[in-house]
Design a protein around this ligand. Structure first.
Ligand SMILES: NC(=O)c1ccc[n+]([C@@H]2O[C@H](COP(=O)([O-])OP(=O)(O)OC[C@H]3O[C@@H](n4cnc5c(N)ncnc54)[C@H](O)[C@@H]3O)[C@@H](O)[C@H]2O)c1
Length: 678
């Protein structure tokens, strides 16, 4: 048995491991807000000590009190494993259940130093997207997964493994909930408080559901978005056009890479030098500048020569936008991917302060920090408004930029004429007042989600690139075959995705596990998954494959300012779809399911769910994949169709033709004249 295997089976060690140095070379989570009273701090420590034998309590109580004081959270750093954190071959995991081994692999991938944003704080992306709250939860969960059989289900409450429960072979091996709150206790400060108490966590979307595959996951979605945003400003391609945005973090780090794939010139501002360095050293951004003048002369050269190149601006995005506006520089596409779902705790850094000054201020004087963030947002919006008047197409990138800017009283609303007001009242209740669309309203929603296209992904549990190559080839063959008979409504999507999968390998997108993503509809996902399962059965792929998806999908996420922002019947503020999705997946063969409060746009602003499914080549997997993927996509299309979205009505009628057991309630559309007469 290897050291790694022994350590997994040990779980929480009965003797205290050596204390470890706080490693300053690693990107750490910022100090969190200190909201707890003295009594609540005691409660947080009492809660943390539940994981340990009483003989250690005196030592650990002091240590945890210090962590709470220094970092605003108890991470239990001492218990961080000393083995290397990465996704191993599935057979290396000590496990009685292959499905459980696959989940262990995915957990380790989410915490891999090359993948995770703040690996020592168990944060995968988004500044607060946690896999676990502390290292005791990690150790205990891995031990449970190693011990469990296919007749048990592990229950996870916001990172805490509640325990193993008897179930059955076709039940999920793990059921995850993250951040589920009584609705009235779901404000950002509630997260600060209850997370500090150790009773809840922010799972983001794929972090707390073990389905993150590094920025590759988002490169594809971003490529599709940039390509289609480019189609909004003309059909002459993106050569020589300039895209300006911000963020080189977990997800946002994909922007320069995607812009290169889409074929434009891009500038991405990033305030954190470590984040810039990571993306630059990984080859995700081509050149780094901290001098705006120097950067702009390089940009002009690149545009003139129609170079495909990505630049990082090491500095504050507000300074970049103001420089562009002051110098009347033509920008074609604009967006922002700072973490504004988390504006007061490190998601957005105000102008005029260094990175370090901001980190200190947000902990020492949160209200002054908030003022500075809001002032910066107003300045940023003013500069953007000036540039859009000169022809820039700006879109909100699902990071709550317009939402937070509006809360900061930035000039993000447009004047609504009385005619527009009528339209607004009859067909669109929210969001139409913003000057700019969100990328879902204009692009992702009507072009992808309504037709069932969403971020399907897979991970080869052998860790072998040959297996990934085979899977790429199989996926491409499936799509090419389907494209021959695709209706005209989805042909552009099919073409973009065939193009993507053909170039996926040469784009060197793999960070961490051997994983791939592409956008496919229900039919595409099912056919690709069946081809994989067959290849595993026939030994053409050497080990099982994990299927999954981003929660940011057709059916996975209810989020009125993002995924469901192109739903205009008022139901954008309901969350039945995401909940139904996870319940439905769980009894149709998912290997694990998860449901979260709080994804990309913030705690209390979104409910999102997802699944993982292990394809092991078996006939059961064949049946499960067909049954579950069909539901997993068509649930959302049905809901979008009921909201009168034309693409979705088309797609669900097509699905009913393909499967006679599907019978969906279709909407009748009222003639506006009838309403006008009221
Ligand atoms: N559109 C999508 O599909 C999509 C997908 C994922 C995430 N998002 C959203 O985008 C946001 C970013 O996600 P992430 O995972 O990259 O988060 P992240 O926190 O890892 O990265 C954000 C980066 O922005 C930088 N930043 C913050 N303020 C800045 C400023 N004023 N100037 C320059 N840089 C600044 C931070 O240093 C950080 O590196 C989140 O809100 C997320 O929910 C959108």
């Amino acid at each position: 048995m290897t050291y790694f295997q022994k350590a997994i089976l040990t779980g929480i060690p009965s003797e205290l491991p050596q204390k470890q140095e706080y490693d300053c070379s690693i990107n750490h989570a910022p100090k969190r807000k200190d909201l707890l009273t003295k009594e609540e701090k005691k409660l947080a420590i009492r809660n943390a000590l539940r994981y340990f034998e009483p003989k250690h309590h005196a030592v650990l109580a002091k240590e945890f009190a210090q962590e709470l004081h220094n970092y605003g959270r108890i991470y239990m750093y001492r218990f961080r494993p000393t083995y290397k954190m990465y996704a191993r071959h599935i057979d290396e995991y000590p496990a009685k259940s292959k499905q459980a081994a696959a989940i262990m692999l995915m957990i380790q991938n989410n915490l891999d130093y090359a993948v995770a944003q703040h690996p020592h704080e168990l944060i995968t992306y988004g500044g607060n997207g946690a896999v676990f709250q502390n290292w005791a939860q990690y150790l205990l969960t891995m031990q449970y997964l190693a011990e469990m059989t296919d007749e048990q289900t592990l229950v996870m409450y916001s990172g805490h493994p509640l325990g193993l429960y008897p179930s059955h072979k076709n039940a999920p091996r793990v059921v995850v909930t993250n951040g589920m709150m009584i609705p009235n206790y779901s404000k950002p400060d509630d997260w600060e408080k209850f997370n500090a108490l150790g009773v809840t966590q922010y799972g983001q979307m794929t972090a707390g559901s073990y389905m993150y595959i590094g920025p590759q996951g988002i490169v594809h979605g971003t490529t599709i978005t940039v390509l289609n945003a480019g189609r909004k400003i003309g059909n002459d391609g993106l050569g020589g056009k300039l895209f300006v945005t911000a963020g080189l973090g977990g997800m946002s780090g994909a922007q320069p890479k995607a812009s290169n794939i889409a074929g434009c010139v891009s500038i991405t501002a990033e305030i954190n030098p470590k984040a810039t360095h990571t993306r630059h050293s990984q080859g995700w951004v081509d050149e780094v500048y901290s001098d705006l003048k120097e950067l702009m002369s390089r940009v002009e050269k690149a545009r003139t020569n129609k170079e495909v190149v990505s630049f990082a601006y090491q500095g504050n995005v507000v300074d970049l936008w103001e420089y562009l506006a002051a110098n009347n520089i033509k920008v074609d596409l604009g967006s922002d991917q700072t973490s504004l779902h988390n504006p007061w705790a490190g998601g957005y850094y105000p102008a005029g302060l260094t990175f370090e000054q901001s980190n200190a201020l947000m902990a020492e004087n949160p209200s002054l920090f908030k003022e500075k963030v809001q002032e910066s947002l107003r300045r940023q919006v003013d500069a953007i408004n000036q540039l859009t008047q000169n022809g820039m197409y700006f879109f909100d990138y699902g990071n709550a930029f317009l939402l937070e800017a509006s809360r900061a009283e930035a000039a993000v609303y447009k004047e609504v004429t009385s005619y527009e007001l009528q339209v607004t009242n009859s067909s669109s209740i929210v969001n139409q007042k913003f000057r700019y669309p969100s990328y879902v309203q204009d692009i992702m929603g009507p072009m992808c989600f309504d037709y069932g296209f969403g971020p399907f992904r897979w991970v080869c549990t052998s860790g072998k690139s040959e297996d990934l190559d085979t899977s790429d080839r199989l996926a491409m063959e499936v799509l090419e075959k389907l494209a021959q008979n695709s209706p005209v409504e989805i042909q552009q999507q099919m073409r973009d995705n065939i193009q993507w999968i053909k170039g996926a390998k040469e784009n060197r997108l793999v960070v961490g596990s051997q994983a791939r993503i592409l956008y496919a509809d229900a039919q595409g996902r099912i056919k690709i998954a069946s081809a994989f399962n067959r290849a595993i059965r026939e030994g053409k792929i050497s080990a099982p494959i994990v299927l999954g998806r981003d929660h940011h999908d057709v059916s996975g996420t209810d989020s009125p300012y993002r995924e469901t922002s192109n739903i205009y019947d008022g139901s954008a503020f309901t969350a039945d779809m995401a909940i139904q999705n996870v319940i439905g997946d769980s009894f149709r063969g998912a290997t694990w399911v998860s449901i979260h409060n709080g994804g990309g746009v913030g705690w209390g602003e979104v409910i999102n769910g997802g699944f993982g499914m292990l394809l092991d080549g078996s006939e059961t997997a064949d049946k499960n994949l067909e049954m579950m993927l069909f539901w997993d996509v068509n649930n959302g299309i049905s809901r979008r169709s009921w909201a009168r979205n034309e693409g979705a009505v088309f797609a669900i009628k097509r699905a009913m033709e393909q499967n006679p057991n599907l019978k969906v309630t279709l909407p009748n559309v009222v003639d506006e004249v009838v309403l006008e007469k009221l």
